[in-house]
Design a protein around this ligand. Sequence first.
Ligand SMILES: [Cu+2]
Length: 288
Amino acid sequence: MNKILKFCALTAAGATVFCANAFADSAIGQPVQGQVGFEPAVTSIARDIHWFHNIVLMPIITVITLFVLALLVYVSLRFNEKRNPVPSKTTHHAGLEVAWTIIPVLLLVVIAIPSFRLLSEQVNMPKADVTIKVTGNQWYWSYAYPKDQGGFGFDSMIIPAAKIDASKGEVNLLSVDNMAEVPVNKVVHLQVTGADVIHSFTVPSFGVRMDAIPGRLNQTWFKAEKEGVYFGQCSNICGQNHAYMPIAIKVVSEDEYKAWLVTAKKQFASNGQSPVRQAMAELPVVNQ
Ligand SMILES: [Cu+2]
C-alpha cells in the first residue's frame, strides 16, 4: 500500500513539474527540460499542426496500438497449444478480408482530409508584409532583407558555450550573435535556399520547416502573434557542425521593428552584400 501511495505521489509530482514546464511563459519559443509535446504555438499553422497531431493522429494511433495489443494477448492466451491442441484449418474469411481492407482505407481518408487542409494553409501564402531571404550555409544562416526593408544582409552564427550569458536570456546551443527580427502580427514570407548543401530551416513555434536547397528558392510563411525570441535548428543533417547552426528570430512590435531596420542597415551595410565576417576556424568545435 505504501509503495502504491509513494508511486502516486511521485507521479503527481512528475505531472506537476511537467505541466509547470510545459506552460512556463518564459519558455515560449524554446524547449524546456523534461518537456513532452510541442513548444507553444504562436501562429495559426502551428496551432493547426498541434490540433492535427493531438486530436487526430494520437487518438487513432493509440486505439490501433491497444487494439493490436489486445488481439495479440487474446490469441496467445486463447489459441496456445495447451488450450487449443487441434488448430482450425481455416485459411480465408471473405468478410474479415474486406473489413481489414476497408477500415484502414476509411482511417486514411479521415487522416487525409485535415492533412490536406493543413497543407493548403501552408502552401497558399497570404500577401506578404515583409519578405526575408534565408540562406543555409555550412554551418550558419544568412538573412537578407530586400530594398523595401532597407536592403541589407547579415550572417547569424551560434554563440559558443563559453560566451553564453544567461542573464541576457541567451540559451546554450540555440542563441546566435545576430538575430533576425520581424514585426508581430504581420505576414512574413521566407525565401529559403542553401549555399552549399541541403539544410532545413525549422522554427517549431511558428510551425515552419522548409528545406534549404542549393540552386532552388523555396518559399514558406508565418504570422507570429506574440512578441518574443523563437528558436529553431537546422533539421537536415548537413555535415560536421549541423547541430551548431541554430535559428533565432525575434518578434517585436511594429515600432521596434522600424527602429531595428535603421540600426541594422547601418550595422550590416556593405554594398548590399552580406558581410563575410566569420572564418571557418571560428566555428565552434563539434564536441563542446
Ligand atoms: Cu544545416
